[in-house]
Design a protein around this ligand. Structure first.
Ligand SMILES: Nc1nc2c(ncn2[C@@H]2O[C@H](COP(=O)(O)OP(=O)(O)O)[C@@H](O)[C@H]2O)c(=O)[nH]1
Ligand SMILES: [Mg+2]
Length: 490
């Protein structure tokens, strides 16, 4: 036990012989085989990733099989429920720089607040043991990715030329064409007359791209925002709070003047039409260089970590999609398309070969309808069907060609509402709002399928404060977390 716990530095454990053979560690007279599990949590900003990981870790730390009744795969010799023990938590991250700030996020729950917005790639790494697999030590990494950074997924494996072509093509199509007319016009004028990008023309061109980025976020709520440094800068700083509260025009001007489409003011780039490749060789090369530097500093670390994941949990907030309408539905759709194209889940080598030829190895994909506590429990079946109809079309190609293992679950990491029983079958939820006031909300019935258009105000779902048990260390009530444990500790 002592040896195992001292053995925190993973480098010590990874000597050559141990890489080639399964690792066994003597512990309490048992032979423990170490399995590395890495799970990436993805989703649009606000989908609930940080809350999800915090609640999950809390459940593992203070495990109670009554509140997390895990299905067991191996039933033989098992009496009762599965138990999970966290042997050691908060270990040095393996795949990124920053530790997941579990204590800070959990502390927010205690104060009946949701955690602050996360701006960096963070990892919670811990050793777990489950009693139905007593000879396995799970060295588990849970990776939390800020939603904004997923905008850069289109840069994975793409050089500047390919990125430019893809961006210009995407921006000229619906729904992006609603906000991109001006920039696309400038791009096609430059393609016809390259001199338009001399001197001030180039400054105007980059400025127009930044204006387009502002409109993408504010009007379309689109995650297809690349480079993402426009929202979270290379020092991981988000747009200041006072700017978020400015009137739209002032906000747009501030963003265009102060945020960068690249690493910094001197290294800004924007997509260029391919017709300029010969006429504007130096400009193409210059932007290509800035783009490469950006990818090296921002994109590569993120996708190196993601590609080392064996499972991905993609969180989808269906209530928000209905509440915010088409913009959000399109944003979600684009994100799923880019995720599947960029990460190519399912391309998996046998584990033994993977030791010699490390490559993409995501082989499990769980789609989760998060924050299900905002929806009436009688609609959970419909919610799962909606989730399948949103994600299924994107996953099916990979499932058919690679045998990717996909699941669709309904979850709430911190169940913060209660159902009111009433005689007239109305869908009423009770929850705590601001100043701890108990509120009551009649929630709408979910549609059987995602509507093509949603009138504003048609769907409105509650936004409760987190509800927690009185005892501080106790994990929150949840919905369906047990269904994804086999993805994390398989
Ligand atoms: N009712 C409810 N709201 C949640 C839950 N999880 C997250 N939220 C809400 O969603 C917001 C964003 O959650 P967060 O985990 O920070 O999202 P992230 O951007 O995906 O990391 C929170 O501030 C809460 O308002 C949940 O389980 N139930
Ligand atoms: Mg977060």
């Amino acid at each position: 036990m002592k040896k195992l716990i001292k053995d925190d530095d993973s480098k010590l454990r990874f000597n050559v012989t141990k890489r080639l053979w399964p690792r066994f560690t003597p512990w309490r007279g048992k032979l423990l085989r170490t399995k590395h599990r890495c799970v990436g949590f993805l989703g649009l900003t606000g989908a609930g990733k940080t809350v999800f990981i915090t609640s999950l870790v809390n459940h593992f730390k203070d495990f109670d099989s009554a509140s997390l009744p895990i299905r067991t795969v191996k039933k033989k010799n098992m009496k009762g429920n599965v138990n999970v023990t966290e042997v050691k938590g908060g270990l040095q991250p393996r795949l990124c720089k920053h530790r997941f700030d579990y204590d800070v996020y959990r502390d927010a729950f205690k104060r009946h607040k949701w955690p602050e917005k996360t701006r960096q790639l963070q990892e919670y790494r811990a050793w777990y043991v489950r009693n139905d697999k007593p000879h396995t030590l799970y060295d588990t990494s849970l990776i939390d990715i800020p939603g904004e950074r997923l905008g850069d997924i289109c840069m994975v494996d793409a050089d500047f030329e390919k990125w430019s072509d893809n961006m210009l093509k995407m921006l000229s199509l619906e729904p992006y064409s609603q906000v991109s007319t001006e920039f696309i016009q400038l791009a096609s004028e430059a393609a016809d007359d390259p001199k338009k990008l001399d001197g001030d023309g180039l400054i105007e061109y980059v400025r127009s791209y930044k204006e387009l980025l502002v409109r993408l976020v504010t009007e379309l709520k689109s995650p297809a925002m690349s480079p993402s440094s426009f929202l979270i800068d290379p020092n991981d700083l988000y747009i200041p709070e006072n700017v978020l509260n400015m009137p739209p025009k002032a906000q747009k001007d501030w963003l265009v003047d102060n945020r960068c489409s690249g690493l910094d003011k001197k290294h800004e780039f924007a997509p260029l039409p391919s017709a300029l490749k010969d006429d504007k060789k130096t400009l193409y090369k210059k932007f290509g260089g800035y783009y490469k530097k950006y990818c090296r500093q921002i994109v590569s670390p993120l996708y190196k970590a993601l590609r080392k994941c064996d499972s991905l949990v993609v969180l989808i907030d269906v209530a928000d999609m209905l509440q915010f309408g088409e913009g959000m539905i399109n944003a979600q759709d684009k994100l799923l398309e880019q995720l599947i194209d960029g990460l190519q889940p399912g391309t998996v080598l046998p584990e033994m070969m993977d030791r010699f030829m490390p490559g993409p190895r995501i082989h499990r994909l769980a789609f989760v309808a998060s924050k299900a506590d905002r929806i009436h429990p009688s609609d959970f079946g419909t919610l799962q069907a909606l989730l399948k109809s949103i994600c299924g079309p994107h996953a099916k190609r990979r499932v058919a060609t690679t045998g990717l293992d996909t699941t669709y679950e309904v979850c709430s990491a911190v169940d913060s509402t209660e159902t009111e029983s009433n005689d007239d079958n109305r869908r009423v939820l009770l929850f705590k709002g601001e100043n701890d006031r108990t509120l009551r909300c009649e929630v709408p019935e979910l549609p059987e399928e995602m509507p093509d258009s949603i009138p504003k105000g048609m769907y409105d779902f509650p936004e409760p404060q987190p509800m927690l048990p009185g005892i501080n260390r106790k994990p929150p009530r949840h919905i369906g977390l047990e269904n994804i444990i086999d993805i994390i500790l398989a």
